[in-house]
Design a protein around this ligand. Structure first.
Ligand code: THU
Length: 138
């Protein structure tokens, strides 16, 4: 295992651990997310649904909130894990834009199932020609 592989493995285990805490009584679709920042810290989130459906929060949203709350702003790598089955649980459109706020175009986003990483993408692959902070001078 290369050092890079080991870093992905850390994200995989962190995301898988919190996936077990997902609150998804409506979809039964449990998702976990882990973000490693440039400082080396890892932040996690699990999806949190709500009886008023639009009020739910994706796993990525939870991990991003934890990251920002800790004062971190620079994403180095992301991993999202979905449940059993053939799906590639890629971040939804809204989450792609939220990740984009704190990522670079070449930031890796790994998509995993219970057995491990299934595919890896860059931020630019998941959100081509994206609108980002630079458009507003940030
Ligand atoms: N979900 C996530 O948390 N992240 C994704 O990347 C895809 C979808 C959640 C939202 C909702 O709670 C459930 O999965 C079904 O859409």
């Amino acid at each position: 295992m290369t050092p890079d592989d080991r870093q992905v493995q850390v994200l995989f285990e962190a995301a898988k651990a919190v996936q077990a805490n997902a609150y998804a009584p409506y979809s039964h679709f449990h998702v976990g997310a882990a973000i490693r920042t440039r400082s080396g810290a890892v932040f996690t989130g699990a999806n949190m649904e709500n009886a008023a459906y639009p009020q739910g929060v994706c796993a990525e949203g939870g991990a991003l909130s934890a990251m920002v709350t800790a004062g971190e702003r620079e994403i180095a790598e992301v991993l999202v894990i979905g449940p059993e089955g053939d799906h590639l649980t890629t971040p939804c459109g809204g989450c792609r834009q939220k990740i984009r706020e704190f990522a670079q175009l070449d930031t890796p986003i790994h998509v995993a199932g219970p057995e491990g990483v299934r595919r890896s993408f860059t931020m630019a692959e998941l959100l081509p020609e994206s609108f980002g902070p630079a458009h507003l001078g940030v």
